[in-house]
Design a protein. Sequence first.
Length: 72
Amino acid sequence: MKRSAPFISLFFILLIVALVLAAALEARQDEATPTPWLPPELTPDPGHPAQTPGWWDRMPTAIPISSPTPRN
């Protein structure tokens, strides 16, 4: 166990260094190609169906509840 401890700690140190370098590289690439900000679309999308009345405009039918039977 004592022999493998330096190798285990070296592995985790190298892993942390690799993760930090990968994050820095990705942040640098994102910085190099900025994407322009686009405002949200305010016009309705023609791909979506129009707002038409449907089943949600009608009241649901009442559930018939029988009167409770008297207990003797």
